[in-house]
Design a protein around this ligand. Structure first.
Ligand code: PXP
Length: 256
């Protein structure tokens, strides 16, 4: 995704595959959704190839690499199998995420600090292959410092706890999470890391995050795919884009 200074929107299409896989057939096709997202103003496409292949399949990744003009952000666990797949495709970006079979979705950030050595060796060949390596972590100083030390260029901050607190009406906790995300975005940026954010974002929660000046990219999936049932995928993405742009320009006006 090019460095234009504009806040980028990466559309995660995993859950198009979830719907397809509910019947085991060929539709809805995630590659078709990705092309629609491209037309609707997405700046990138994100897809997570999970170890258990519960949504995106190997064939989907082949299809996305062949069909997309937009950069692909390939989410994967730090396993040998996934590293081989990434090195075969050489996507624009690789986002390393923690993965547990028993979880419904990626519930926490990666424990980089505890696995620094292994992860440094793991990401080195990906970087040499020209992939931008991003690490999905909680807004935690220790994890950010460790991500920096292992040579990641990008961190993606997990916004799940902030979004859950909002959804559950725990507004004090939500505001604490937001404060922490704000501080840690600035801290990561000060180390020279590019800052992305995502997980659980909706129309109700996106604007405060989009207003952080250090955040360059948001990756949003589940809500957009759900909302597309009611509005269609293009309009659902268009509305998210509008809210992101509005938040960013309001923040710039206030700052300036
Ligand atoms: N970013 C990362 C690293 C993720 O793992 C996910 C979920 O796959 C997302 C963003 C998007 O989260 P959601 O689907 O909740 O919008």
């Amino acid at each position: 995704m090019s460095d234009t200074g504009k806040l980028r929107l990466g559309v995660n299409i995993d859950h198009v595959a979830t719907v397809r896989n509910a019947r085991g057939g060929a539709y809805p096709d995630p590659v078709r959704a990705a092309k629609l997202a491209e037309e609707a103003g997405a700046d990138g496409i994100t897809a997570h190839l999970r170890e258990d292949r519960r949504h995106i399949s190997d064939a989907d990744i082949d299809g996305l690499m062949a069909a997309l003009k937009l950069p692909l952000n390939f989410e994967m666990a730090a396993t040998d199998e996934m590293q081989k797949i990434a090195l075969r495709h050489k996507p624009h970006a690789v986002c390393i995420v923690p993965e547990k079979r028993e979880e419904r979705t990626t519930e926490g950030g990666l424990e980089v600090a505890r696995e620094e050595n292994r992860l440094a060796h793991f990401i080195a060949p990906l970087r040499e292959a020209g992939c931008r390596v991003s690490i999905f972590i909680a807004a935690d100083r220790r994890q950010i410092e460790a991500a920096h030390r292992i040579g990641a260029e990008v961190i993606e901050l997990h916004t799940g706890a902030y979004c859950d607190a909002h959804a559950e009406g725990h507004f004090k906790e939500r505001d604490r999470e937001l404060e922490c995300l704000r501080d840690m975005s600035a801290f990561a940026h000060s180390l020279g890391l590019e800052v992305h954010a995502g997980h659980g974002l909706t129309y109700d929660t996106v604007k405060p995050i989009a207003a952080f000046p250090e955040v360059m990219e948001l990756n949003i999936g589940h809500f957009l795919i759900g909302e597309s049932i009611f509005r269609g995928l293009g309009p659902a993405i268009g509305e998210m884009r509008r809210l992101m742009d509005e938040a960013r320009s309001d923040a710039l006006r206030t700052a300036g």
